[in-house]
Write a protein that binds this ligand. Sequence first.
Ligand code: TXA
Ligand code: MG
Length: 354
Amino acid sequence: MSARNTDIEKAAGVLRAGGLVAFPTETVYGLGANAEDPAAVTRIFETKGRPPSHPLIVHLGSVEQLADWVEEVPETARLLAEHFWPGPLTLVLRRGRRVPLEATGGLETVAVRVPDHPVALALLSAFGGGVTAPSANRFGSVSPTTADHVRAELGESVDFVLDGGPCAVGVESTIVDATGEELSVLRPGGVTREELEAVVGRPLAVPATSRVRVPGQHPSHYAPRARVVLVEPEKVIAEAEAAQELGHRVGVFLPAAFAGAPVAAHAVVAVPGAMDEYARELYGFLRELDQRGCDLIVASLPEERGLGLAIANRLRRAAGPRTVPSASAPSAAAGVPTGSAASVVPTASSLQEG
Ligand code: TXA
Ligand code: MG
């Protein structure tokens, strides 16, 4: 924990005064406001350029506070909260009266979590109330995993940035709809489906990671400036080199199985074989390839179990509708060789991110 006590006190004061504080969590940096101050909550949406209908997560300092923020705590929700908090799990429950509709995008449910980061917990404890916070990035772009990412992207529009070093998990929390006894995973994240199933003792539905429903209907999210193309791991090098030949500045996510192989491309990042390490580095890699001037990123999906599920979800969303390949209309017309990309179809889920 690198933020000093004086910084924590100052940040809590900014929240009390209706300001915005960017703070570290174990997943990504959040852009926080007093959850009970509608004007401050509205500023979050303005600062991110996020549509006001997209609900936010209320961050709390302890499991004990949960009952104050929701109408009821079903048995299974309590079990999950007690097992995983503090940690990268967000529970969607019925909204308590304390939560303004501005924070929930008008919904009668509210998303709540207790983050597992000493700086976040110190801030929440000093402030005392709930802090609504989306990821501290512009709407649709890549989430920040360092304080420098936040400063580079939001700069002066944030009143105070707490620096807690790089985030340990690196992808956002897992969101579980726990309003009823039938749970479903709305967004895969830092807590794996396997871990959840072990605690509840039965399989969970994961609708958000299913295959494409209506391609092209949703904007891409978690997206770098460069266009992202997904291909099978063994086709990454050939696809990258072909695009580079066509004049693209290609960034490559080189799968661990091909570590050290030479690639004739503009920039190469070596994908870690361990999924926890990959999750931690994922957004940094996307930012790095943008910074190095790549206009196209060629990547493949990891195996979709454990943290690989969340990583694949974010890569699909980064690839977004911009690169949805279709057998009848390959996007080669746009100068991007996606012949082999057609083998991996990005998912455009109904969940709106930001
Ligand atoms: O790890 C995280 O969850 C990070 C850190 C900062 O806590 N936060 C984060 O927030 O990723 P954001 O706003 O970028 O994503 C929140 C997601 C959105 O997809 C939103 O639609 C969903 O939570 N969400 C919030 N309230 C909801 C609700 N009542 N019902 C369904 N989904 C909800
Ligand atoms: Mg976000």
